[in-house]
Design a protein around this ligand. Structure first.
Ligand code: ATP
Ligand code: MG
Length: 508
């Protein structure tokens, strides 16, 4: 008999279960409603894409791409790497055929690997004892790339930009406003609010820049778009009743002014290098902006004394930043400025923002966003402006739950307690009508003594129990028990429906 094995969800992933999933649905439904009122439509990109897309868009030097991506070699369904070394001969034969039909890429590297394999395999087959040649042949067989590298998406902005280009969305009325919800994957150290499969709700506004447009001319317009996107997230959080919401904003300049600021920052950092930790010391060379992001206690004093980017913005960036703030004010959106709020990637520019919420400990960022003019172009599309954000849905839910302190029970509007064959027919018909009207109904599959049925109704958090026995069927007068106060009343079917109609279904 096969050994009994207990399977468990992989570390960093989890099952979302009722009643919690009800909150997830409410959150996603609210996002659809609120984003819809701002003219956003939904995009559902695939969960996996070429690794290269993320490497380009997110940046090959970022942790997300260099360490955290779930990436794998895709291969045609006709073939997979064999387990036994002895099978490599047949395997390479199939690869050769698939290459001829184009199913396996005919790259220089693959041709070389096959040629090397054949040399060592021949030596091995002639001797049958030359293990060294067998190992070398196996090595080259494994080198053959059967298909492209693909990755589970670590974020969705890259996919949205890819889709914008692929579907020629620059030809649609601009800007194109899209939102998405769904799982993202990063190989991180799991902890509260940090998972390997987590969920984001995000939105992007993309707008092709017409040829010859003077970028300085649209500063006011861009600022209004930025402010409206931020207003939308804040409206969403307000609708959900999220507590302790704090919005921080910053401008990180553009290609014009940021490089100069980065040099200044680097020079200042070099002066205090020995007081910094190893991560920050390394970043002085690779990405000085990220030092501002440091959470290391011992570095906080030093960072506070560093030059602030707000004091080094070029005229256009300064004008846009001032206008974003004015626009947020007009929209009644409260914010705090945080000159240390940066994004490490080159294509991010000007407006950046982050939103934190209560009850999340150190992983308290529920939303990050910013402007990324130029990303679409970097991915092979036309010059395009972009601004967007991504909300961490897991953290959003945690914060909402923290505030509610476990108050969500799924509940039922009506528990139908029935006994007897005739009563069952009536019970089924009543359940059908009630469900069609949107009420949550529990209909036991077999009859139960009324005492037991009422106990179960209570456990399920039902509001009313509809009691159907011989009496009720004979008289047409149903018994309705209100579980909150135990009161009981007799009413006809029509009266019961009217009575319920006055109270809203739980589900709405
Ligand atoms: P953090 O600094 O918390 O790692 P980040 O800068 O990596 O965040 P973004 O890539 O900007 O995050 O993603 C936007 C949001 O997605 C974050 O603000 C956070 O709420 C959420 N998020 C990111 N990574 C995870 C994760 N591993 N698990 C759960 N939520 C996450
Ligand atoms: Mg992160």
């Amino acid at each position: 008999m096969a050994e009994k094995k207990k399977f468990q969800a992989i570390k960093g992933t989890r099952d979302l279960l009722p009643p919690e999933t009800e909150l997830w649905n409410r959150v996603e439904q609210t996002a659809r409603e609120v984003f819809g009122t701002f003219g956003f439509g939904e995009i559902r990109p695939p969960i996996f894409e070429p690794t290269e897309l993320f490497a380009r868009a997110v940046g090959a030097d970022t942790d997300v791409v260099s360490k955290e991506m779930y990436s794998f070699e895709d291969h045609p369904p006709e073939i997979a790497k064999p387990r036994l070394m002895g099978d490599y001969d047949g395997y390479v034969l199939v690869v050769n055929n698939l290459m001829a039909s184009g199913a396996v890429p005919k790259t220089k590297e693959n041709l070389r690997a096959i040629a090397q394999f054949e040399i060592f395999w021949r030596v091995f087959s002639e001797s049958h004892t030359d293990v060294d040649s067998l190992l070398k042949a196996a090595y080259y067989a494994r080198e053959i790339q059967l298909g492209p590298e693909v990755a589970l998406r670590p974020e969705a902005t890259a996919s949205v930009c890819r889709a914008y280009i692929e579907h020629g969305m620059h030809a649609l009325p601009q800007p194109v406003k899209l939102y998405y919800t769904g799982p993202m994957f990063r190989r991180e150290r799991p902890q509260k609010g940090r998972y390997r499969q987590f969920y984001q709700i995000g939105a992007e506004v993309l707008e092709m820049v017409p040829p010859n447009q003077d970028p300085a001319k649209n500063i006011g317009k861009d600022a209004a778009v930025d402010a409206e996107v931020i207003e939308m997230v804040m409206a969403f959080f307000a609708r959900l009743g999220l507590e302790g919401v704090k919005l921080e904003i910053n401008s990180i300049g553009d290609r014009e002014c940021r490089p100069k600021y980065v040099e200044l920052l680097r020079a200042e950092l070099l002066k205090v290098k020995d007081k910094l930790g190893p991560d920050s010391q390394r970043r002085i060379e690779t990405n000085p902006l990220r030092v501002l992001d440091s959470k290391l206690e011992s570095e906080q004093g030093i960072i506070a004394g560093l030059p602030k980017i707000a004091d080094h913005l070029c005229a256009n960036c300064a004008e846009q930043y001032a206008e974003v703030k004015r626009q947020l004010g007009m929209r009644g959106v409260a914010y705090a400025e945080n000159s240390r709020l940066v994004r490490g990637l080159d294509y991010y520019m000007r407006t950046t923002f982050e939103i934190t919420a209560r009850g999340l400990g150190s992983q308290n960022a529920v939303c990050g966003g910013g402007r990324y003019d130029g990303l679409v172009e970097l991915l092979g599309g036309p010059p395009t402006k972009g601004i967007g954000f991504a909300i961490g849905e897991d953290r959003l839910i945690l914060s909402l739950q923290e505030a509610e302190k476990g108050g969500t029970a799924q509940g039922r509007d009506v528990f139908v307690a029935w006994m007897g064959e005739k009563a069952q027919a009536t019970a089924i018909a009543a359940a059908q009508k009630l469900r069609a009207a949107g009420f949550r109904v529990e209909l036991p599959p077999v009859e139960q003594k009324f005492g037991k049925a009422l106990g179960q109704a209570d456990k399920l958090g039902a509001r009313y129990a509809l009691i159907l026995g011989d009496d009720e069927i004979a008289t047409g007068q149903w018994t309705v028990k209100t579980l909150a106060d135990g009161s009981q009343a007799k009413m006809s079917e029509a009266e019961f429906l009217e009575f319920l109609g006055k109270s809203k279904p739980l589900s709405s």
